[in-house]
Design a protein around this ligand. Structure first.
Ligand SMILES: CC(C)=CCC/C(C)=C/CC/C(C)=C/COP(=O)(O)OP(=O)(O)O
Length: 323
């Protein structure tokens, strides 16, 4: 056993020390991200709080205590015919729902868990939401998974979120294909680690003809980024003589926004969890007439009952788009 902030490496490979796939530190088992090979580890150091930092030749990873063994939960889907919850009316279901999945870290802090556990619990809520959208006939779900500003979070946290995205894509790719789910990604994917960027490009390409349901993942995204990149594309068209400045219109801007990857460009309903009353630079153009629902639940606690509450609220709104 070592003192909790011991600076010296705990485990060194090639020194006869056997590394188990889930290393023990201070009698606690730690999870190793599935893409990290134990034999690549150079050191594992205890960090303040309950996490450990693991170093390979190329990168540093944050390890979190392994909870009791959990079955990896595959997304469960139902048949094509939507089975609507009794309280909902089919004719006024939103086609496109967007979600700001807020409150993962607070959820973890409240339980004395490391932030990574909050994000992992958040992924489970996302899987539930995808299942419910498929079950209730919602056609598009956009989720804010990582904002342009999130790059400024602590490096280990950013790495953890990147590894969650990577394992999410790898683990669910088969079910996306099987269940005819189209995956789209909006945001500046060139900023992602190369391996993740390639995975993303691959899953987007592989699923692009799926029409049952579309999951749009906003990564390295902000509404301002989206508007700036649309303006740049339009400016290039003007410069190349393809259009005149007077041709710039709402529909032209729409075409150049990253959300032109969907038939349903505007979310009908935006849900933000955790009680915060902001849209935090998310889909600034696209939310012009979107109905907003703010849930007090932290994202990892957002499940069927909470989604039902949001949808029932949406169905009571009268939408007249300012007319
Ligand atoms: C595979 C895949 C799509 C993964 C997504 C994982 C996930 C739930 C990401 C949410 C990211 C995020 C920065 C949320 C904001 O809440 P916060 O964590 O900052 O919470 P806080 O407001 O309590 O600090």
């Amino acid at each position: 056993m070592i003192s909790s902030l011991s600076p010296q490496p705990l485990i060194k490979p090639n020194t006869g020390t056997t590394l188990s796939p889930i290393p023990h530190v201070q009698n606690q088992r730690f999870k190793l991200a599935s893409h990290v090979c134990p034999s690549e580890l150079l050191s594992i150091r205890k960090r303040p709080g309950s996490a450990c930092a693991a170093t390979t030749q190329h990168r540093r990873y944050l390890l979190f205590p392994a909870e009791e063994e959990e079955e990896e939960r595959e997304v469960k889907f139902t048949s094509d015919a939507p089975a609507l919850a009794e309280e909902l009316q089919r004719e006024s279901m939103p086609r496109h729902v967007a979600v700001i999945m807020d409150g993962n870290r607070r959820w973890a802090h409240l339980r004395g868990l490391p932030v990574g556990s909050g994000y992992e619990a958040g992924v489970k809520s996302l899987k539930t939401l995808v299942e419910l959208c498929c079950k209730w006939g919602i056609r598009v779900l956009t989720v804010f998974a990582f904002s342009s500003d999130n790059w400024f979070r602590p490096e280990v946290e950013v790495e953890f979120l990147m590894s969650l995205l990577e394992s999410g894509v790898k683990e669910e790719k088969e079910s996306f294909i099987r269940e005819r789910i189209r995956i789209s990604v909006i945001g500046d994917t060139s900023k992602l680690p190369k391996r993740l960027e390639e995975l993303v490009i691959n899953v987007v390409e592989t699923t692009k003809n799926n029409t049952r349901f579309q999951l749009i993942v906003a990564v390295s995204y902000s509404g301002q980024y989206d508007l700036v990149q649309a303006c740049q594309r339009i400016a290039m068209k003007v410069k190349d003589g393809l259009i005149e400045p007077n041709d710039v219109s709402e529909s032209l801007i729409e075409q150049e926004l990253e959300t032109n990857c969907t038939e349903f460009p505007y979310p009908d309903l935006l849900i933000r969890t955790s009680g915060e009353l902001r849209i935090s630079n998310f889909m600034l153009w696209q939310l012009a007439y979107t109905e907003l629902f703010f849930s007090q639940s932290l994202w990892p606690d957002f499940g069927e009952a909470e989604f039902l509450e949001a949808l029932k609220s949406f169905q009571q709104r009268r939408r007249h788009y300012g007319k």
